[in-house]
Design a protein around this ligand. Structure first.
Ligand code: APR
Ligand code: PHB
Length: 391
């Protein structure tokens, strides 16, 4: 098979790229290791920046999001038992975020690709990029016991943190930057009314907690936990008890509990690889960087990568202008590092760090008190949370 752009991975990065390219008359093929059902069963992020929602609308996949998603004009930070509202709209000249699950974004992207005749090959095993440093790269894979080959002009590595694309870049070229945090997030999804209409990020002596939501009857709650937890040790009752203890009292009194419909633990990590281009291979999304979830930036960064990459590819195929592709890595990384800094900062602001006992705890409390008392500090938080500009 021959195409213009071979895309590895059908997560939000890969599907959004193939959709945008299609709308500009550029052909692509997406190769995905998992089944579609598996991809659609993953519970991931849920807060979309305005820049991302604009991109989804422009890519003709925003209609259901606009009907079913919730616009949030603020969120709360709680510490010392008190809630403090961060008025995003007032602090940013009217900017807001959209609460709409990544799972739903994936569903909308699959539907749009299907409707437009897009080629997505799922359950593709052993996907391997070849000759990406040369003029004629190609991908090989196995499906149902037979071998497939896709010749393409460019390869987009959208295959997440554990994918093959990053590994196709020689070690002598690639530089990795990493910080692993000494804890994880234990999360549950439950078909109960959310404890708050807006998100509550909680700093508590027993550890961080987050009250988030997907809809009026679907709550997403997290507690700071060990990086690797045995979920068998966390029956729902234990989760609810621990979560309730970390909520401010008036919220705890309103908490509605019920059976979890999903429960998982995610370790926290910051990671960036540089550069994001090697020859005709371009990395995007989690394949190139990871943020801890505290700032809700993972999915949004994938979107800004696809913004830069799709523009570079469109300029190349429509006008023969290579400058966007040449500057892709530099432009994407400039925005990525700012989101890395913000996610790292919010993680430090809100979590219990075992090594911080004493002095570090007092500094953290001082920072929280300063934050909620200073319009300048709040403005910095708000402008990062709603998303820095793409350019
Ligand atoms: N071959 C083919 N597909 C692969 C391979 C491989 N070797 N390895 C991984 N994949 C697929 C995964 O199964 C997954 O569907 O690539 C896809 C990568 O998707 P994501 O991990 O969702 O990454 P991305 O599309 O960059 O989305 C960004 O933002 O909220 C965060 O981490 C969260 O998923 C989210 C991400
Ligand atoms: C979520 O709803 O899953 C969520 C929300 C905000 C975050 C992280 C995760 O910062």
């Amino acid at each position: 098979m021959k195409t213009q752009v071979g895309i590895i991975g059908a997560g939000p990065s890969g599907l959004l790229l193939s959709q945008i390219l299609h709308l500009h008359g550029i052909r692509s093929v997406v190769l995905e290791r998992r089944s579609r059902d598996y991809v659609l069963s993953r519970i991931r992020a849920g807060v979309l920046e305005q820049g991302f929602t604009d991109m989804l609308r422009a890519a003709q996949v925003g209609a259901r999001m606009d009907r079913e998603g919730q616009i949030h004009e603020g969120f709360d930070i709680a510490f010392g038992g008190k809630r403090h509202r961060i008025d995003l709209a007032a602090l940013t000249g009217g900017k807001t975020v959209m609460v709409y699950g990544q799972t739903e974004v994936q569903r909308d992207l699959f539907a749009a690709r299907d409707a437009m005749g897009g080629t997505i090959i799922t359950e593709a095993e052993d996907v391997t990029p070849h000759d990406v440093a040369g003029a004629a790269p190609y991908l090989t894979y196995r499906k149902d016991g037979s071998e497939g080959r896709i010749d393409c002009e460019f390869v987009a590595g959208c295959d997440g943190f554990h994918g093959v694309s990053r590994k196709a870049i020689p070690e002598s070229v690639l530089k990795n930057f990493e910080r692993v945090y000494p804890f994880g997030w234990l999360g549950i999804l439950s078909e109960t009314a959310p404890v708050s209409d807006e998100l509550i990020y909680m700093n508590h002596e027993r550890g961080f907690a987050l009250a988030s939501l997907r809809s009026a009857n679907l709550s997403r709650y997290y507690i700071q936990s060990a990086a690797e937890e045995d979920l068998a040790q966390w029956p729902d009752e234990r989760f609810w008890e621990e979560f309730r203890r970390r909520l401010p009292a008036e919220a705890a009194a309103k908490l509605v509990t019920g059976p979890s419909v999903e429960k998982s633990v995610a370790p926290l990590r910051s990671f960036v690889c540089e550069p994001m281009r090697y020859g005709r291979l371009f990395l995007a999304g989690d394949a190139a960087h990871i943020v801890p979830p505290t700032g809700a930036k993972g999915l949004n960064l994938a979107a800004s990568d696809i913004h830069f990459l799709s523009r570079g590819l469109i300029d190349y195929f429509r006008k023969g202008d290579e400058s966007g592709l040449q500057r892709y890595s530099e432009k994407a990384l400039a925005r990525i590092w700012k989101a890395e800094r913000f996610s790292w900062w919010m993680t430090h602001l809100l979590h219990v760090f075992p090594e911080n006992a004493g002095f570090g705890e007092r500094i953290q409390r001082a920072e929280l008190e300063y934050l909620v008392s200073s319009r300048a500090a709040l403005t910095s938080l708000a402008e990062n949370y709603v998303g820095l500009p793409f350019e």
